[in-house]
Ligand binder design. Structure first.
Ligand SMILES: Nc1nc2c(ncn2[C@@H]2O[C@H](COP(=O)(O)OP(=O)(O)OP(=O)(O)O)[C@@H](O)[C@H]2O)c(=O)[nH]1
Length: 362
């Protein structure tokens, strides 16, 4: 029993990546589930048809059962969920069309068509699923209602045919409603999780990356530097006498200065660089493919831009300067050591009179 349970679990979870439970993950799960259900049911029906001597039906059902297994294996081996879902859905629709045409065992074949609605919608989503179902409906209505049943190998009571279509439409409507609600709630869950991610990684005042996001970007660049041997430099930039700006003009004015500088910094960096709010009135620049000499040139560009920058606040104009500490990260320097050295260099720049960068690069 335990072995059977493990076998079933392994079947349903084949090809699934637990670290990425997205929409593809769900579709793969549905492919595994439907291939298992389809394969088992058609296998039982095929064996039943063989017992009563309906060899044609039995062979078709055994083939259908094998096709569901192939659909499952394609998903497991190639991870191509589109191909597997097409194999499963279209072989199921073809089988249902045959069951309507032939009547299956004792004319009960059409009763299986209700499966098509949830399978089409779960595998192909609302829009494409409804297109598939409309085509299926047109085909079966043509078969069922063609004058004198000329397209059928069996005959059905007229009431049975109309009720079959009505009940199929009802199941389609209910399954569509379910799929619509599921897609809607999936979309809003995605939006909420994106918003949480944004809030967790961005500073609300300056809209820059926060310390947490900066650290993860720095970690990424650090490993890229180790792999490519390209230089990587970090800069810690602190607004000079920021407390005086707050004390003289008020906290809101201080906030405006931070916002304006963040905007200015964003215009000065290259696409691959990062500027983040490291804390309070401190910013961190991460400059990949940049050695300390080029970082020094960059810092001079920042000093010059800030000197020119005036922050308008209540008919006044606030200007400021910054001090910058740099550190080029070497192979044997850890991220923490590099940040500590940049912090020490910043302290040095402050001690030497502010509005400058340390260490001095000749
Ligand atoms: N308006 C505003 N002020 C902030 C914010 N975060 C930190 N501060 C202020 O930044 C000031 C930092 O002051 P200090 O650490 O003394 O540094 P400083 O006045 O810039 O002096 P030096 O760094 O030595 O040039 C403090 O008054 C903090 O309250 C913020 O988000 N908004």
């Amino acid at each position: 029993m335990k072995y059977l349970k493990q076998l079933l679990l392994a079947y349903f979870r084949a090809g699934l990546d637990d670290n990425n439970p997205d929409e593809t993950y769900r579709r793969k799960y549905v492919v595994n589930l439907f291939s298992f259900v389809g394969m088992s049911i058609t296998f039982l029906m095929a064996t039943n048809a063989a017992f009563i001597g309906n060899w044609l039906l039995s062979s078709i059902l055994y083939i259908a059962s094998a096709v569901y297994l192939i659909g499952f294996y394609m998903q497991k081996k190639t991870s191509n969920v589109d191909l597997s879902s097409n194999i499963i859905l279209y072989s199921l629709t073809a089988l249902m069309i045959y069951l309507i045409y032939s009547g299956g065992t004792n004319n009960t074949g059409p009763l299986w068509i209700f499966m098509v609605a949830p399978v089409a919608l779960f595998l192909h989503g609302l829009k494409r699923g409804l297109v598939d179902l409309s085509i299926f409906l047109i085909i079966i209505c043509t078969l069922l209602f063609f004058p004198d049943g000329q397209l059928l190998a069996t005959s059905y009571d007229p009431d049975f045919k109309t009720r079959l279509i009505y009940s199929f439409l009802t199941v389609t409507f209910l399954s569509s409603f379910y799929e619509y609600s599921r897609e809607k709630s999936h979309k809003s869950t995605l939006e909420i999780s994106k918003e949480f991610e944004r809030l967790a990684n961005y500073d609300p005042l300056t809209k820059l990356s926060n310390r947490r996001d900066a650290l993860s970007k720095l970690d990424y660049e650090y490993h890229r530097m180790l792999r490519t041997n390209q230089p990587l430099t970090v800069l810690l930039c602190d607004i000079d006498h920021f407390k005086a700006i707050n004390d003289t003009h008020g906290h809101d004015a201080g906030d405006q200065v931070l916002i304006k500088l963040a905007e200015l910094f964003k215009t000065q960096i290259r696409a691959q660089d990062t500027v983040a709010r490291w804390g309070g009135e401190e910013f961190l620049f991460i400059l990949p493919q940049t050695d300390i000499a080029h970082a020094d040139t960059f810092s001079e560009k920042i000093h010059a831009a800030i000197r020119k920058c005036e922050v308008p606040y209540q008919n006044q104009s606030i200007s400021c300067t910054t001090s910058i500490g740099m550190c080029q990260i070497e192979e044997n320097t850890s991220i923490n050591q590099a940040l500590h050295r940049a912090d020490e260099a910043l302290y040095e720049a402050k001690a030497q009179g502010r509005n400058q960068t340390a260490p001095k690069v000749a």
